[in-house]
Design a protein around this ligand. Sequence first.
Ligand SMILES: O=P(O)(O)OC[C@H]1O[C@H](OP(=O)(O)O)[C@H](O)[C@@H]1O
Length: 322
Amino acid sequence: MSDAPPDVEVSPAVHRTAEDIGSMEIRGAATIAAAAAEALGEQADVSDADSPEAFRAELRAAARVLYDTRPTAVSLPNALRYVLRDVEGETVERLRASVRASVSEFCRRLDNAQTDLGRVGANRLRDGDTIMTHCHSTDVLACVETAVEQGKSLSAFVKETRPRNQGHITAEALDELGVDVTLIVDSAARRYLNDVDHVLVGADSIAADGSVINKIGTSGLAVNARDRGTPIVCAAQTIKLHPDTLTGHTVDIEMRDEREVVDRETAEGMGDPEVLNPAFDVTPPRYVDAIVTERGQFPPESIVSLMRDLFGEGTTEPWAEA
Ligand SMILES: O=P(O)(O)OC[C@H]1O[C@H](OP(=O)(O)O)[C@H](O)[C@@H]1O
């Protein structure tokens, strides 16, 4: 994690949020976005900057601390950009109020987007369908929740999703919604794909070519689903669209600590192998049937038009300014 320059004070609340994102205490692309926006609001609340310039410098420094936590979910920089872009005022008090308004508006839009996306995704699901999930995605759960509210009865195969087992969170959430849940280990997915009507996954980022960047294991699941003829749908609010990929940049895949996979003592017993722990992988668009957003459902290859509408040809990095 990067530190702010010594003369710019970043609030302990921002550092706490950054630590919680880094440790995955706060996790999931949409949840991370909301937490990052709220942390900027907390920075504004506690700032004792004596000039608008100093206040803005503090905000940028806080954004840098948050930005440096995890590299793959673009919802994080998109959230920071949204809040920083709309900050206006000639005095510190006006700037503070402006940040608060911007954070509230951002969180309101995030909630509404998920609700709208849920309605679109629910239209794909029929009464009696069985889904298969990977990891834990609040965008996926929004689709299921709306379908259940529409009176549809659903079953789910839930992949546990090593190494962090976020599938357990999904299993609990689906059970609370009244979905009939079967928990499986990741490697059992192919065996049950013939019994599944839809594979539903979330996304941490979507690239301009329609590639889906999501929890490690998504691409293998998608290839197997295509082989079995099971549709694979990605539920992703437009905050997951990665604007830098419009100009040829690739999405950085986070490598996490090996201790999430195996403890050192056990590894030593195996002859101390190198342990790799990539958190995400890239599913090419040809393996994805549809991307469901709050703006409707898109074939992955057409997502670039939506990206251009929303972001133009690229974006700035306001937190990178000194
Ligand atoms: O925004 P929502 O749909 O909640 O989550 C999107 C994605 O975020 C998660 O990443 P992690 O668990 O933070 O590494 C998963 O990869 C999940 O599919």
